[in-house]
Design a protein. Structure first.
Length: 373
């Protein structure tokens, strides 16, 4: 990084990405850094295909990561769930700020809830995970594959066309979006129901942001200190455990997999009252007729081993899912692709290497999915 006076923060140019990145920029500014946004156009922004048709993880992240590796920017902000499984050599997720609501939201006409939607109602989503779990709850619904930014999707709902640029189609009864994205854009008032994790398990790391930087810049200096200060340990641990599930399953972006973790903090004496991490996950058949659900809890070891333990419980839960037949009810490798950057290594070794050689809270994590916002 050198003796730079301005930190360039790489981000997509969409309204949601810019809002998220500005949040991180403000956090870094509060730590005494001068920050400016550096906009990067990604394949996910330019393609008109659906997310499933584009295939492969990292459609929103690859261009930003290349900009980071090429020193066009100094840090990058991603929706954590959009990061691909393989972690590029030389980069690390150094901070996860406090997570927003990880749940999915129903935005429906006439303020209807999921149970109140009439038989045959049309519900839009671009996510196989949401598609499958919705059908499991309401097999009578018509699920419509959609894409576009948040405002474009909102404009598909009857009565909400004004939110889309140039007017929306208003051809759907409801859409499913992430609570976090709606909140960040000031649209929380449009949420007609926040769906519980029992109804619709979120994508791994949904609602969390990943602040990525080059390895060398995470070890010392003003940027490293600032990143350590903005990292929220409960959010980081939960996201890491969830993403470990996806990685161990070998799941691609179009696999209907959900995971959700929560951290219950113990007392001041962690030996007597340790922190407890609880993790649950689900794998569904695409038609929603079959599901495999598992959950587990772990008392976290000393602080220096927290990240490895969180990753470990995710791997173990994934193995439990596979033992219960998760790999037989759906194609877990759906739309899984080889990363565009050949200089990558697997997440498990990255976690172990990071904890063995660094005192910072950031970890070289992996796994993720690119699905509808």
């Amino acid at each position: 990084m050198g003796d730079m006076t301005v930190i360039r923060l790489g981000t997509r140019a969409s309204a949601l990405a810019t809002t998220q990145s500005q949040t991180v920029a403000d956090l870094l500014t509060a730590q005494g850094l001068q920050v400016e946004l550096f906009h990067v156009t990604t394949d996910g922004d330019t393609s008109t295909a659906s997310l499933r048709q584009m295939g492969g993880t990292g459609v929103f992240a690859t261009a930003i990561r290349y900009a980071l590796i090429g020193s066009q920017c100094d840090v990058a902000v991603h929706s954590f769930k959009d990061l691909p499984t393989a972690q590029p050599i030389g980069l690390r997720v150094a901070a996860v700020p406090p997570r927003e609501d990880p749940r999915d939201a129903l935005v429906a006409r006439d303020s209807l809830t999921l149970d109140e939607l009439p038989k045959g109602a049309k519900v839009g989503t671009g996510s196989p995970r949401r598609f499958a779990q919705l059908l499991a709850q309401r097999p009578d619904l018509q699920i419509v594959d959609i894409r576009g930014n948040v405002d474009t999707r909102l404009g598909r709902v009857k009565g909400l066309g004004r939110y889309a640029k140039g007017g929306g189609r208003e051809d759907l009864d409801a859409v499913i979006l992430a609570c976090a994205g709606l909140e960040r854009l000031g649209h929380a008032g449009l949420i007609t129901e926040r769906l519980s994790t029992d109804v619709l398990m979120p994508a791994p790391a949904q609602g969390a942001l990943a602040v990525e930087c080059r390895n060398a810049d995470s070890l010392h200096g003003p940027l490293a200190k600032a990143l350590q200060a903005i990292d929220d340990r409960p959010s980081h641990l939960a996201a890491l455990a969830e993403r470990a599930v996806l990685n161990r399953l070998g799941a691609g972006c179009a696999a209907p997999v959900g995971a959700h973790a929560t951290l219950t903090e113990g007392g001041p004496d962690k030996t007597a009252q340790p922190d407890v991490l609880h993790l649950q996950a689900v794998v569904c058949s695409l038609d929603g007729t079959k599901q495999v659900r598992k959950e587990a809890s772990i008392e976290l070891p000393p602080l220096t081993e927290h990240f490895a333990a969180a990753y470990g419980i995710g791997e173990k839960l994934a193995e439990d899912l596979l033992d219960a037949g998760a790999g037989e009810i759906t194609d877990l490798s759906a739309s899984r692709s080889t990363p565009a950057n050949p200089d990558v290594h697997d997440s498990a070794s990255a976690i172990r290497s990071s904890e063995a050689h660094s005192d910072t809270p950031g970890t070289q994590t992996a796994a993720g999915s690119k699905e509808g916002r």
